[in-house]
Design a binder for this molecule. Structure first.
Ligand code: C6P
Length: 404
């Protein structure tokens, strides 16, 4: 049985009081809290194993290298990638997407080409492509978002052309919670031989992933959103694409041989991991993956979906409530506005009741423009949240409404 109250005992921060009230943490889409298993792993790494990886012949270096590569194997198995060579450790989704935009554009894109993004992308899946589009001369087409917060799939199909070279979309919207039809998107793109990138930042923490069953070409996600340390992340890519791409950054570890005349590069995945990596972070990300796998990703999905549904039911009863996004398939987050209360006012007053939510544009300004709003109030759930947290949110929102 899934027992959130028991699980909460693994998360010391959830015991905190804020403004003399028990913390109700509903900002999990921004970052998740860390279980003692991850905190202990970080401490143990620095206390017992700390030594630079892939560089030392000595005992500690061999040990930390082994632990890092074991963590890579945990990530591989977690997303069912064919090989650890295809798992690149990064600083997070943002760095994964910047790496990809830079290296993919350099190798595969030219002036006159097109790539397709969607209207619900986080800035991390817009700006890196824009920077490269300006440099290379390709153009960006945008899948429109329907009023209910779903992608206009008909429009998507009609914008695939002979010039399309890549589709890069978010799996789950960090604002709307929409779970996009990624199987359909990948199938439509692959029928024309076009590779697909999935921004998995808001999907990977909430559902089980199988990159081979999906046949997705690239997947980016952040460690800190899946109970791991900040500054960690992953880029998965199919071997043949990664091999064809040039390196992202130059420096230690990514080389084969260096001379002033020419340099050869290391094999995958190290070609894309220049410099001393955050090996402690990645090892602790492995501990986070162990943790969520022990809970079971399917159970996590079911529990969180029921909590989200419970939240929507409660919030719906509040006069003046307007949900932003009503897609048939949703995950993780609920965004809303109440009457004409500014989201930041709602967020500040909720905070004084001990309730942490995020307010604002959520790094998705084009989506805000699409809905003609400045921002939203967003509550986002984790498996350690309870119905009591949701009751506190609903009561808090209603109380704030009553103040205006
Ligand atoms: N969204 C949110 O509160 P980083 O910052 O690199 O870990 O993740 C970037 C990112 C990329 N794509 C999506 C869909 C995301 O949701 C995020 C991060 C957080 O919604 C912080 S802005």
């Amino acid at each position: 049985m899934f027992d959130a109250n028991l699980i909460r005992k693994d998360f010391p921060i959830l015991e905190r009081q804020v403004w003399n009230r028990p913390l109700v943490y509903l900002d999990n889409a921004a970052t998740t809290q860390k279980p003692v298993q991850v905190l202990d792993c970080i401490e143990k790494c620095y206390r017992e194993y700390n030594s630079n990886v892939h560089r030392g012949i000595h005992f500690l270096s061999q040990e930390s290298t082994r632990l890092l590569e074991e963590a890579r194997e945990k990530v591989r198995s977690f997303i069912n990638a064919p090989s650890t060579d295809e798992i690149i450790f990064t600083r997070g989704t943002t760095e994964s997407l910047n790496l990809l935009a830079t290296c993919f554009s350099q190798r595969f894109l030219k002036a006159g080409d097109e790539i397709i993004l969607s209207g619900m992308e986080h800035h991390s899946n817009i700006v890196p492509w824009q920077i490269q589009a300006e440099r290379v001369g390709y153009s960006i087409r945008v899948i429109p978002v329907l009023d209910n917060g779903e992608l206009d799939m008909e429009a998507f199909r009609s914008m695939i052309s002979d010039r399309t070279r890549l589709v890069s979309v978010t799996w789950v919207s960090n604002v709307l919670g929409t779970v996009n039809p990624v199987v359909e998107i990948i199938k439509a793109a692959h029928e024309k031989g076009i590779p697909v990138v999935l921004d998995g930042a808001q999907a990977v923490p909430h559902t089980s992933i199988d990159v081979q069953a999906l046949d997705v070409d690239f997947l980016a996600f952040s460690g800190h959103k899946i109970y791991g340390p900040t500054g960690t992340g992953v880029l998965y890519g199919k071997r043949e694409l990664l091999e064809a791409m040039p390196p992202y950054q130059g420096g230690g570890e990514m080389i084969g041989h260096v001379s002033f005349e020419s340099t050869t590069f290391n094999s995958l995945p190290y070609k894309f991991e220049a410099g001393t990596p955050d090996y402690v972070g990645s090892i602790a990300l492995g501990a986070a993956i162990d943790y969520v796998q022990a809970l079971g990703m399917d159970d996590i999905r079911q529990y969180e979906n029921s909590l989200l549904e419970y939240a929507c039911q409660g919030l719906r009863t509040i006069p003046g409530m307007r949900f932003i996004g009503n897609a048939a398939h949703r995950s993780g987050v609920v965004s809303f506005l109440v009457g004409d209360i500014f989201p930041s006012d709602m967020g500040t007053l909720l905070d004084h009741l001990g309730i942490a939510v995020r307010t604002g544009h959520h790094c998705a300004q084009p989506l805000m423009e699409r809905f003609g709003i400045q921002g939203t109030v967003r509550a986002s759930v984790s498996f350690y949240n309870t119905k009591a947290d949701i009751d506190a949110l609903v009561a808090g929102v209603d109380r704030v409404r009553g103040m205006f």
